[in-house]
Write a protein that binds this ligand. Sequence first.
Ligand code: SF4
Length: 265
Amino acid sequence: MPLADYRQYLAMDRLPSIWCPGCGNGVALKALALALAELEIPPDKTLLANGIGCSGRVGDYVRCHRFHGTHGRTLAFVTGIKLVRPEIKAVCLLGDGDCSAIGMSHFIHTARRNVDIATIVVNNFNYGMTGGQFSPLSPHNVITSTSRSGKAEPDIDMCRLADLAGANYVSRTTIYHVVEMKNFIKEALGKKGFSFVEIISPCPTYYARYNEIGDVIKQLEWMKDKFVPIENYNQMKDAEKENFSWRGRLTDRDLPDLLSAYTRE
Ligand code: SF4
């Protein structure tokens, strides 16, 4: 099989996956496999680490080094792995609940330390695996199984947080924008230091159903319309911004990563 074939990263014999029809996790996984193939990163030099939740099942469908972390702690484990095996290309694929709730402090400090990890958060705005409870990334006022009258709390922008904490690369896209998604993952994989890609993803079973977004086609249309290029978003007046969110590349810089800082002369 030629190295550029994305299927070499996937456990094809274990497909189809366990994810619900219309879920975005499989789309994100294929985009990751395509990005790895285009960069010709060998599977035996690739680590895919994941956390707990629906996205955490990605480890079941790959053929490369794998690690399944305890809830929220995956980035801390992979920091250790990278310090002893720096030649490994480390990818953490996490869910919004895993990364932004229990894992929030690890996220901030891994970005602050600029550890050489490509981190992908598949953000479906809820804890799908446990029944659709709200996560810190569920938008204000949305309906979830634990906010039947609308979520009272505000959400948090993990991209801006990663940028502030010191990440070298930050971008956001959606499952609708598949080519952009693959390209952003590729950019993150090619960057030395902490890189972060947020992928907005449909959860038809809970989030979309509770919020009456409609079938999967409607959910993709919602992503297409709501997530506008960051250049357009920045031109909007504040009142208009309330109806939209941005997608695009927020951060691209080359600060020294943690291991380089440790080993400098
Ligand atoms: S519950 Fe939601 S996130 Fe989980 S597999 Fe089903 S659609 Fe995907």
